[in-house]
Design a protein around this ligand. Sequence first.
Ligand SMILES: C[S@@+](CC[C@H](N)C(=O)[O-])C[C@H]1O[C@@H](n2cnc3c(N)ncnc32)[C@H](O)[C@@H]1O
Length: 299
Amino acid sequence: MTHYSVMLNETIEVLKINPSGIYVDATLGGGGHSELILKQLTSGHLYAFDQDSYAITKAQSRLQKYENNLTIIKSNFLYIKEELLKLGITKIDGIIFDLGLSSFQIDDSTRGFSYMSDSLLDMRMDLNSSFSAFNIVNEYSYTSLRDIFFKYGEEKNASNIAKVIIERRPLSTTKEIVDICDKLNYKEKGHSSKKVFQALRIETNNEIKILENTLVKVLPLLKTGGIIAVISFHSLEDRIVKHFFLDNAKTNIPKEIVILNAEKPPLTILTRHPILPSDKEILENSRSKSAKLRAAIKN
Ligand SMILES: C[S@@+](CC[C@H](N)C(=O)[O-])C[C@H]1O[C@@H](n2cnc3c(N)ncnc32)[C@H](O)[C@@H]1O
């Protein structure tokens, strides 16, 4: 399956690309957003991050003709500041985050991301990492398992699922988790294992903490007028982005007090409500259904 880039045109529109600007694609994936940015650059440059070496190899061949304007960096985006500094970059004109997984990763039956195929418990985006879903399922305490299913999956049956996992250990395949969820979640409307898989994936890749910490690091990198755009795919991610933007877009000065030359807050929000994919896009790519795009500009 190919990877459909979500809200491609909407993202590029919101970024207002300056052809000679410095841009970052924090989540290269299949290279769709990167390609559209690169098409608009003349003397500008794009730094594209991914922690998955397989994604990098694929995107490299797709983006070969833009090699003069492109530097691909195999790294977690958490290290954005340090990696850019190594290349002498301290300020950027814009950045895009298209969070989560690409279809290549989900559809690769060896990586353990999908509840639709049987595979070893893995779910690492970074194949060099020594920590996988296997460690969580086989080593976490009952309380920790229950809490991650509840917190990262919003799984109502978190306690029972955690209890049965502990009883059945050792577990090594995704099918063993699916079987447990099928039995306990037979009343669920969607797939019985969807929420548990989401939770395991988020925990395996430490996605929530990394997103929170990275947003804080990006703010000082943006030039005045620089734009940050984030596409999220579930409510936990969206909440983090929304609150980060809101917190950085407020002044501490009460409305009734007018101060001439008062300092502006760091950000102005460009999307009062998140931008959502069109009905046409959802029809063409059902995975875009839960996507939300938010953007803000640095003051
Ligand atoms: C949804 S895909 C991006 C798709 C891309 N925008 C496109 O148009 O093809 C997300 C990609 O980001 C990568 N990724 C997710 N979290 C990351 C992180 N913390 N650091 C680096 N890469 C990350 C994943 O490995 C995946 O390849």
